[in-house]
Design a protein around this ligand. Structure first.
Ligand code: VGL
Ligand code: ZN
Length: 202
């Protein structure tokens, strides 16, 4: 019987993060079959969906002439500039068609405010604005989280670290994640997660 106090959090398994997408992560779609199988073990299942307006400030093309994958200073701190991705209502923002989504109870959209990005499923990138996911999980009596998805070194990392700081017991199944790996971001992400007491398992 799946435990009712443990949730499977499936992060950003969307077309734009899979091969052929606007911000494709190497091997991004290779994790999907395993994630579909894992679902049977979890009573609480959450999908997150990166969900940006066209004029989102994290898109390089909206920062006059800036190049993608460079850094910019935002009022809330440093921010990587990305290619246009996961635009609300676009094919790129849809979940990958191989991902089973029917048994998820909750779909959390994030990054929908133009002025601020949101890697984490719990807080936007100002580390203050809440998405509401903590309240949802607590009201359902969830204490333990198992995280999978894309990308290990951005949305999975920040979601896992925020969850750990909030007091959840967090496991990241690294074999069911794939990374962008930008300028050492994967090494930094693994260290950050380990430093916050997150269990990394394959
Ligand atoms: C993500 C970069 C920009 C992610 C989302 O899901 O890891 N990365 N937006
Ligand atoms: Zn994004």
């Amino acid at each position: 019987m799946p435990r009712s106090d443990t949730a499977l959090i499936m992060i950003d398994i969307q077309n734009d993060f899979c091969p052929g997408g606007a911000l494709a992560v190497d091997g991004g779609s290779d994790i999907i079959a395993r994630i579909n199988q894992l679902q049977a073990d979890y009573a609480v299942q959450v999908l997150t969906q990166d969900w940006h307006p066209k004029d989102h400030s994290s898109f390089a093309e909206n920062q006059n002439g800036a190049e993608a994958f460079t850094m910019i200073d935002m009022p809330y701190g440093p921010q990587v500039l990305w290619p246009v991705h996961c635009v609300q209502g676009s094919h790129g923002a849809d979940f990958h068609s191989n991902l089973r989504t029917d048994s998820a109870d909750m779909i959390l959209r994030k990054g929908f405010r133009s002025a601020i990005d949101s890697y984490s499923a719990f807080f936007e990138n100002d580390h203050k604005t809440r998405t509401g996911l903590e309240g949802y999980l607590r009201e359902r009596g969830v204490h333990d989280l198992v995280m999978v998805g894309l990308a290990t070194d951005f949305c999975v990392r920040y979601s896992a670290v925020d969850a750990a700081k909030l007091g959840f017991h967090v496991t990241v199944l690294e074999g069911a994640c794939r990374a962008i790996d930008l300028d050492g971001s994967l090494v930094a992400a693994r260290k950050d997660m380990l430093d916050h007491g997150i269990r990394l398992v394959d």
